[in-house]
Design a protein around this ligand. Structure first.
Ligand code: BG6
Ligand code: MG
Length: 217
């Protein structure tokens, strides 16, 4: 396996299980348009920006709303989400992530965050992880959301590493598509049948193991 020089992490669902809180907050909004958002539906929202997620929900509900209502729902979703993540603490970091970050740092591998979330910095701060990241690219800095590769390409450019020397860790199908469109090695975390085109798939980050990380970096 070729060695890589850079690791790019998605945040929600990879570093911390905030994916469940995004789901709960969207479920509330979906109820307001008369739709019962299922756990299965939620797969389509993972990695997708806030406005795009609402568009997907409206499509699922086969309904439309005014621009005013659209904007209000986005604000309400985020307010609900922020209440849910208020209690996040370092013990909520997903298994293997802290050890993985230390392993990469010790090896001199560059570490970046590539997240669609506009709350990424707030979450990293709550988890005390900000200092591990050499670059943080989040929803405030990208014009095109995943599956567009912009978020990961901005990360590799900022770190001065070629895309093919980067490994992306992702739990969303849109994120795997973005990583592959960027020309990077894509590691999917979740069920193999949820992902198209991933180079490797593991049930969660902790299942990767140090020996595989040694081969990748
Ligand atoms: C992604 C999540 O990381 O960020 C999505 O997987 C979420 O579920 C998106 O919609 C945008 O997040 P935020 O915090 O800006 O609403
Ligand atoms: Mg994610």
């Amino acid at each position: 396996m070729e060695k890589h020089q850079c690791a790019l992490f998605d945040l929600d669902g990879v570093v911390v299980n905030t994916a469940q809180y995004h789901y709960l907050a969207w479920k509330n909004i979906a109820h307001l348009v008369g739709y019962d958002l299922t756990f299965q539906d939620n797969e389509q929202l993972k990695g997708v920006s806030r406005p795009d997620s609402l568009r997907v929900i409206l499509k699922m509900a086969q309904t439309s709303i005014s621009q005013d209502e659209f904007d209000r729902f986005l604000i309400q979703k985020n307010e609900d989400y922020l209440v849910l993540v208020q209690a996040l603490k370092t013990t909520d970091i997903l298994p293997g992530i802290s050890e993985g970050l230390v392993f990469l740092k010790d090896k001199g591998i560059k570490i970046g965050l590539g997240s669609a979330s506009k709350n990424a910095l707030l979450i990293l701060e709550k988890l005390n992880l900000t200092s591990y990241f050499d670059v943080i690219i989040d929803g405030n800095q990208v014009k095109k959301g995943k599956p567009h590769p912009e978020v990961f390409l901005k990360g590799s450019t900022a770190l001065n590493v070629k895309p093919k020397a980067c490994v992306v860790f992702e739990d969303a199908s849109a994120g795997i598509e973005a990583a592959k469109a960027a020309g990077m090695t894509a590691i999917a975390l979740g069920e193999p049948n949820e992902f198209k085109g991933a180079d490797f798939c593991f049930p969660h980050f902790n299942a990767i193991g140090i020996s595989t990380l040694e081969k990748l970096f």
